[in-house]
Design a protein around this ligand. Structure first.
Ligand code: AMP
Length: 194
């Protein structure tokens, strides 16, 4: 299963991906986690990305594509992957399309978690208190939601136009949201198998 999880920051993509990877037996690829690891390790990519991330902006497409290309060349993605945090703008959606065509691994599904902004703001406040991620600061969260609306929301339309987008209500108990996503994936693979 090759799946992209879409949704605004704080919509639960990471949490749901961590659960789904066990069920689907495929790795969870989070570009945010990869960048945070690079920042922590002090790599050249991490040094370039840190200030951009702290401000809630998008790291450059070139850096992301190189990172993703390298990750998707690893052995453990042979049976698929759950991509969380990429693509985040139309240029990245296009780049992903080309990359997956090149390696002969087209997407099976794109699932968007729908969560209203006021729920997101409340969730990020809780995560900020627990994890102290600078980009969960309430002021930065508002900027990230703006970046999402302007740059990432069109990515959902990009997949919708190809008939690939499934939307799931991301509000409620974690188990309920996971069950909704699994239901959508089941329908998707039933449709694909005719
Ligand atoms: P996330 O954990 O997915 O919310 O990502 C945290 C931060 O990492 C984002 O606010 C961006 O600064 C950066 N980031 C993650 N994925 C991408 C991406 N696909 N393109 C650009 N920046 C990204």
């Amino acid at each position: 299963m090759r799946l992209v999880l879409l949704g605004p920051p704080g919509s639960g993509k990471g949490t749901q991906a961590a659960r789904l990877k066990v069920e689907l037996g495929v790795p969870h690829i989070s570009t945010g986690d990869m960048l945070r690891a690079a920042v922590k390790a002090g790599t050249p990519t991490g040094l370039k990305a840190k200030a951009v991330m702290d401000a809630g902006n998008l790291v450059s497409d070139d850096i992301l594509l190189a990172m993703l290309e390298e990750r998707l060349s690893q052995d453990d993605v042979r049976n698929g992957f759950i991509l969380d945090g990429y693509p985040r703008n139309l240029a990245q959606a296009d780049a992903l399309d080309h990359l997956l065509a090149k390696i002969g691994q087209p997407l099976d599904a794109v699932v968007k978690l729908d969560v209203p902004n006021e729920v997101i703001i409340a969730r990020c406040e809780i995560r900020f208190a627990a994890e102290h991620r600078k980009d969960d600061d309430p002021v930065v969260v508002r900027d990230r939601l703006k970046v999402y609306a302007e740059q990432t929301a069109p990515v959902a339309d990009f997949f919708a136009r190809r008939g690939k987008l499934q939307e799931v209500d991301g509000v409620g108990e974690l188990d309920d949201v996971t069950a909704r996503v699994k239901q959508v994936l089941k329908q998707e693979s039933a449709a694909a198998n005719g």
